[in-house]
Design a protein around this ligand. Structure first.
Ligand code: HEM
Length: 244
């Protein structure tokens, strides 16, 4: 029944809006096709190749989970930048700035809500994507390198959630981070070092907030961009995996 439902939606959208044509119309207007930019940079052929790549027959809805995860990541980048315009990463100001975003800033409640929901959905979809890849055996050669990059992406997605959780600097955030970092402290041999690095001291404090904020808005986005670049390059180079 679900299969029929999705098939109907795909048939409908294929008939009503041909996304390739829509993209072509948009690109023509922007000058990237048939315009001044195209004449100078010769983009037409490269774009045609990218847009007209046929999708193999066996590719079904489960192959969209990676793309949906990426879309959710883009939503996180967009809403995160808007939140960063008002958020203040210090123990004195953080809680008040989040309260200000939620109650006073125009549509602040919506942007914050979308950032929270999209983070949860991103974790759910990265799990679905990993399951799809695992169940179709795509961790096997020749795609094992991409699987390894994927495992790193999985870890980074979870660390995004963990570092973001502290930022509102309320009781829930404080104690969740205290417990989370305590668990990391239990790792054999390097546990004490890990705990110290994460907290920036013995206790969860303003130092921890600064570290989590820097990780959340600078280090992790950089790491994700590099990993996603590699991930997509490999998908393009090796093509999507064949039928089971
Ligand atoms: C931020 C997280 C991630 C994003 C945005 C992402 C995105 C994508 C996209 C768009 C594709 C091509 C379409 C598809 O197969 O769904 C793909 C393919 C792939 N991904 Fe990911 N991915 C992520 C995490 C992961 C993880 C956690 C793993 C595994 C541990 C993984 C392993 C793979 C593999 C092996 C392929 C090739 C699939 C094939 O050829 O059938 N990815 N990814």
């Amino acid at each position: 029944m679900m299969k029929n439902f999705f098939k109907k939606i795909i048939d409908w959208s294929n008939k009503r809006l041909d996304l390739t044509n829509l993209a072509e119309i948009f690109l023509s207007f922007s000058g990237l096709l048939y315009g001044e930019l195209d004449r100078r940079l010769e983009l037409h052929e490269a774009l045609q190749k990218a847009l007209k790549k046929p999708v193999p027959k066996h590719v079904n809805f489960s192959f969209c989970f990676g793309g949906i995860t990426f879309l959710l990541f883009l939503i996180q980048v967009f809403t995160g930048i808007l939140l960063a315009l008002y958020y203040r990463p210090s123990p004195e100001a953080a809680y008040e700035s989040v309260r200000h975003i939620t109650n006073d800033v125009t549509l602040g409640w919506l942007i914050r809500g979308v950032h929270r929901w999209a983070s949860t959905l991103m974790i759910i979809f990265v799990i679905f994507h990993t399951l799809r890849v695992f169940l179709t055996g795509v961790y096997k050669p020749p795609r094992e390198l991409n699987w390894m990059v994927g495992v790193c992406l999985f870890g980074v997605t979870l660390i995004f959630g963990f570092t973001g959780y502290l930022l509102p600097w309320d009781q829930l955030a404080y104690w969740a981070t205290t417990v989370g970092t305590e668990i990391a402290g239990g790792v054999p041999i390097i546990g004490d070092f890990l705990l110290l690095m994460m907290r920036g001291g013995k206790e969860v404090s303003g130092e921890t907030l600064t570290r989590f904020f820097t990780g959340h808005v600078i280090i992790l986005p950089l790491v994700v961009f590099i990993l996603l670049g590699l991930h997509f390059l490999m998908v393009r180079r090796q093509g999507i995996s064949g039928p089971l």
